[in-house]
Design a protein around this ligand. Sequence first.
Ligand SMILES: [Zn+2]
Length: 444
Amino acid sequence: MGDAMVDDEQAMSRAEREVVDLCRELIAIDTSNYGDHSGPGEREAAEYVATKLDEVGVESRIYESHPGRSSVVGRIAGLDPTRPPLLLHGHLDVVPADAADWTHPPFAAEIADGCVWGRGAVDMKDMDAMILAVLRQRMREGRRPPRDIVLAFLADEEAGGTWGAQWLVDQHPELFADCTEAISEVGGFSLTINQDRRLYLIETAEKGIAWLRLTARGKAGHGSMVNDDNAVTELAEAVARLGRHTFPVQLTKAVRELLEEICQEFDIPFDEDDIESVVARLGPIANMIGATLRHSINPTVLNGGYKANVIPGTATAEVDGRFLPGMEEEFFAEIDRLLGPKVTREFIHHLPAVETGFEGGIVTAMTDALQAEDPGARTVPYCMSGGTDAKSFQRLGIRNFGFAPLRLPPELDFAGMFHGVDERVPVESLRFGVRVLDRFIDLS
Ligand SMILES: [Zn+2]
């Protein structure tokens, strides 16, 4: 290690140094979530977090929704107790990883090429570590936040939050009842426009989720007979109608604001009739943004019959529907029209869309904190195509923002690493995030 490196290390805050270890230690605790209770659970990670908080005098409690499925909630007193608290939350679970596909083992938390590698490095043990590092340093220095902070490290986000955020909101709503605003994943990361311009995408909206089971009922009978009421035929036609349907482009507030900014940055006209070519300018994240222009429905599972010469009485299918904020009713009206009278639907999984405005003191705080650390930063709202624990906290009237600040190198395909192989986060990005979060808390 050269002298320059030593000087850099010394110039760094304790949080900037510690965040890397915290992130690696969290990654090394396997919290794979298989969507049932067969995984290792979050207990060990929850105890780790509770210990790290306890070391600096933050009281927290572990809540267990099911044996091993643990979340941690704590609270830090702010300077002005009359102000409503800010909720900082992150999930502790990760999606599973197959080590055979990875350059560095997914739970080894190795550092290579300036990055921390491992499952959870971007989704979202990076942010968990950033929150911990910042709050630990603030507590050691006696720097209280301007208002109370409620901290939540949650189980089961990757399976919809049933045993984490949803459970806590149902069973212990008092923990969050007075919170008005929350920050968490998936936002605050940079998108490089040119060498000295970066857009930081702040999540202000999420599409809603409707996983549906479709059932067609007909007349069962022998495969050799005339049958004008065949459940398999009805189902197949309905599934094909859904699968081939393209919903029209409908720009929600967040999507419109993002695309207008993109046009301004690239100095191209904002053409409502050719939105797709604007989206194509976004590079690697075009796919995700493209999915927020319209509702979508994708057939995923087909089931029917058991023998080639027996017409079954019923046939079922499953489809994955995603609807835009504020347009749930019209989405289902269109789905029902496409299904027709002979196919019924029921929910396998139904979670609301999320939306809040890109305005207010908290947005100013995010923007100012980013610009203080990156003078070329510009913040823009965006809508996420997937879902997060924000869906649960919205039920309590909390405004949700995806703000896990990371300044990223332009060539990194960040969006592609969520649930992907070789998930990794640059060490420098973690340190940047710590500095921004610390400033943000002071401004919040
Ligand atoms: Zn996540």
